[in-house]
Design a protein around this ligand. Structure first.
Ligand SMILES: C[S@@+](CC[C@H](N)C(=O)[O-])C[C@H]1O[C@@H](n2cnc3c(N)ncnc32)[C@H](O)[C@@H]1O
Length: 253
């Protein structure tokens, strides 16, 4: 590739980064999930197109046709200049996050066949990514966050392996929460084993350090705890979401 072509690709990438709703997909797995779950992937750059297509052929043949149309080669040195840290799979992509209105429509639609997970003011980007991955895996309707953390931050997308595109992910204010019975998970609640979760539930979890706010507890229909051995004060946030969603799923046949 000559220098002019390389500069043109870099300029086009920089322009695409500034387009409304653009989000970075870091590495093959995030890209694979975005393509598989209907994300609008706008640009794909790789240091080695042949190696990328071979990897896709081996791990995800369903996305090969889309990748053949999208993947463009750029020398690794130039690729490294586009992202803070190049993923070991040597591929970066830009996709469009779904619009807020589309997400609100999915989250608010009733009857709901699977719960919405609510994270109140989460602080840890890795935790939020892990929760989105869990929600996608369990087939939850979506994940709503409150507070100032952007659930579409690149590090959250990295943590979810791009599974944002498999469930509705949106940041909302507490008063805008979707309808549905509110089950708040809190170590002080009643034993989860006595309480099946309905499909239309909002399953709410508190912030990592301080737990659930008094305001959210006041709104709760139920306060629910996963029992713990004496002396243990709480489980990790993402782990708690995993247990909550598994509890919902194990009540279904
Ligand atoms: C790391 S914990 C918060 C710890 C906080 N100091 C507290 O006491 O709640 C984050 C969230 O995970 C959920 N969680 C953790 N342990 C739980 C348990 N045993 N039962 C139910 N929810 C739990 C709660 O929603 C909690 O707000």
């Amino acid at each position: 590739m000559n220098r002019t072509d390389e500069d043109g690709l870099v300029r086009a990438w920089r322009a695409a980064e500034r387009e409304p709703g653009a989000v970075l997909l870091d590495g093959f797995h995030a890209l694979k999930h975005a393509l598989r779950f209907g994300g609008e992937v706008r640009r794909v750059l790789t240091a080695d197109r042949g190696a990328l297509l071979a990897l896709a052929g081996e791990l995800a043949p369903d996305v090969v046709p889309a990748l053949e149309g999208l993947a463009v080669e750029l020398p690794e040195a130039a690729l490294r200049g586009l992202v803070p840290r190049l993923h070991p799979t040597g591929v970066v992509a830009l996709a469009a996050r779904p619009g807020v209105e589309a997400n609100r429509a999915v989250l608010g639609r009733l009857p709901r066949r699977a719960p919405v997970v609510l994270l109140e003011n989460p602080r840890n980007l890795g935790n939020v990514g892990a929760v989105i991955r869990l929600a996608a895996g369990f087939g939850a309707t979506g994940v709503v966050t409150t507070g100032d953390l952007d659930p579409w931050h690149p590090n959250v997308l990295r943590g979810s392996a791009g599974l944002h595109f498999a469930t509705a992910v949106e940041r909302l204010a507490l008063p805008e929460l979707p309808d549905g019975p509110l089950y708040v998970l809190d170590p002080e609640g009643a034993d989860i084993r006595d309480m099946p979760f309905p499909d239309d539930a909002l399953l709410a979890f508190g912030t990592e350090r301080h737990g659930v706010s008094a305001e959210l507890k006041d709104r709760a229909d139920r306060l629910v705890a996963v029992p713990m051995r004496p002396g243990v004060s709480s489980f990790n946030l993402a782990t708690s979401v995993g247990m909550g969603l598994f509890h919902w799923m194990s009540g279904k046949r």
